[in-house]
Design a protein around this ligand. Sequence first.
Ligand SMILES: [Zn+2]
Length: 215
Amino acid sequence: MPLEIIAFPGGPIETNAYLVGDTESGDALVIDAPYETTEAIVAEAAKRGWTICEIVITHTHWDHIADAKALTEATEAPLAAHPLAEAPLANPASSFGEPPVPVPPVAANMALEDEDTVTLGEHTFRVLHLPGHDPAHIALYNEEAGVLLGGDVLFPKGHGRTDLLGADQGVMNESLRRLVAELPEETTVLPGHGQPTTIGAEAAWIRALPETDAG
Ligand SMILES: [Zn+2]
């Protein structure tokens, strides 16, 4: 089992960061940067002898990016996000009123678009652009391990909020339907909040979502 994934729930609304390590090469990725999780993530990587090579931000909501600057400074790793995340990351205050924790601006230095790949040792993650909760939302899928690092798209029995600025229920439904259409039922979903689920466990309610008009 050369790919290991450790969750770090943190911040005022228990947002999950994930440390993903390739035990063969010792290379590691971090997914998302909740408030005050940097120290624990960096310590865990050091304990395992892993080098954090890249930080991937699933989307630009404050609870996922509050430590992005601290984490990039602690690791000197590049920060990767969807191109639509660049402006909100650089100017976080503009996209969500007054967050309950400080959210320093940070520069993204790698752009990840739909169907790009992120590599970690011998492992490849496919980037899926899944808007609806946030226009910049991406997820990472690793086929061999059967894992989706899904951010706030899909939770056990629910999906990310669509009553926020930039969110859209119809677009969210399309993103959810895409997951069911493209990923195997046994795929484990590691969400941005709460416990893991699988595509199969959520497929029934997703298939029942109303269709939006094409075009
Ligand atoms: Zn969110």
